[in-house]
Design a protein around this ligand. Sequence first.
Ligand code: FAD
Length: 493
Amino acid sequence: MTSEAEDAVIVQIGRGPTGTALARQLLPGLPAGTRYVVVDRDPAATRLPFGTPEPTHLINTRAAKSSLNLADPDEFQRWLTDQAAAAGQPVAEFPARALFGRYVRDMFDQAVQDATAAGVVLDVVVDEAIRVAVGDTRRWRVECASGRVLAADRVAICVGMLPQSDRFPDLVGVPGYFADPWELPALPDDARVAVLGTRLTAIDTALTLAARGHTGPVLLASRSGRLPRLRGPETTAPIPHVEQCMQRAVDAGMLRLVDFGRALMADIAAASTEPPDWSEVRDCGPTTRAMLEHELAGLDGGIERGWQQVVNGASPMLLPAWQLLVEQDRTEFFAEWLTPLLVHGAPIPPETARRVLAAMGAGRLRVFGGLHAVERVDHGFAIHLDGTTEFADVVINATGAGTDIAALRTQPVLAGLLDDGLLTAHPHGGVRIEVSTFEPLDAFGAPVRGIYVVGDLVRGAVLVTNDVIALSFQAALVATAMRANDEAGVHIS
Ligand SMILES: Cc1cc2nc3c(=O)[nH]c(=O)nc-3n(C[C@H](O)[C@H](O)[C@H](O)COP(=O)(O)OP(=O)(O)OC[C@H]3O[C@@H](n4cnc5c(N)ncnc54)[C@H](O)[C@@H]3O)c2cc1C
């Protein structure tokens, strides 16, 4: 192990979509000779959503809406068109996610090439950052698993979504229980499989099993039992009520959830050709085959849905709305409305729904709500649901990312910062930050100078962190804050 610190101006941890967007913001403005080090333990993202080799795992955001470059919204679409032309294939509206991963890596490599040509000294290191701490010379000391040590003025933490600390600790290590859906071993074809979760990761897991020719019954189960809605056209509807509500909130310096909800409902009602069925938002129970078929038939028939047009139109309002919302309403939102937001705000492509329906139609896939416990029993597992119990030979935890303190502690680099009081857990997930600069808040509530946190780790503070447009926007804000701090001479104190 070497402890000699290598000198750098900026160390960036993570080069997924968020880290790539940040590097592309920062690198072009750096003077020649600046040393910028990017550390990533798994640059090919083999265990992440955009590293999946499974061709049925599609991007959930349309290609035309997935540019990593805010200044060039068509960038991904153009990249995809070039790739498709070279391969002699048609351009998919929702291509395989592995292709998006390749685009991200291409954009990163291009940014590195351009910066190197401009004289920036760039090191791209495959390693895990395991500790960030104050160094001896009032600079940040970044320690990597290999023993490499870096001394930096600024550290950008872009480590992406965190695994859940296991919600089923009694099952960890039990044969037949798999905590990581991205690393599924071969399973007996006829095994009864219970997938815990009903959102994007769980759907991917079901599609992986289907692609492998799994013949045994698969069930998806969660508390709500709701699958994501289907992504329709990207059209928007006018949102006058939401705009007026936001203007009043800005004037008053605060927003109430009930007012925002009423404004949203008024705009949805105005955009809908028939009176909306509000029970669909929260109280319609688990997603059934009939519900999916109905939604798909509507989309195939070109029927516009007012709610989606309003969600499309209002999505830029979510960041300012979240900042203005009073604290007690944020708590209520997380308790009552997060699932409806994710169900409606992170929809799946129609093609994915067709595959899910095919598996349901063949009797191989069922969806359950009311999941409250999973228990090890003789020769398998009992899945306890409200009013019924199902049995499975295999359980796969696909409940998605974690953001609570236990999830933060799964990453050594974050655990160390928490122990040192330099990061503090946000009550609604991730870490507390100064929202204007993305610097974390320490145990005394003061911004930690020289550290910047971006991505899903700031979910509690900014709410929307699960699509590349929102993440690219965050990256632009962080780059602006870093430059402003630099010009003002703000450094680690
Ligand atoms: C199933 C699923 C499907 C999704 N589909 C879409 C979609 O279609 N469109 C969309 O916009 N969003 C989608 N998302 C959200 C998606 O995860 C994010 O948009 C995107 O991956 C976030 O990028 P990121 O760079 O913040 O994180 P990540 O992609 O997770 O990248 C983080 C990087 O940091 C590295 N890293 C982590 N810790 C360390 C460490 N300590 N040291 C060194 N390196 C480290 C990792 O190796 C990784 O390369 C999906 C999410 C899921 C779960």
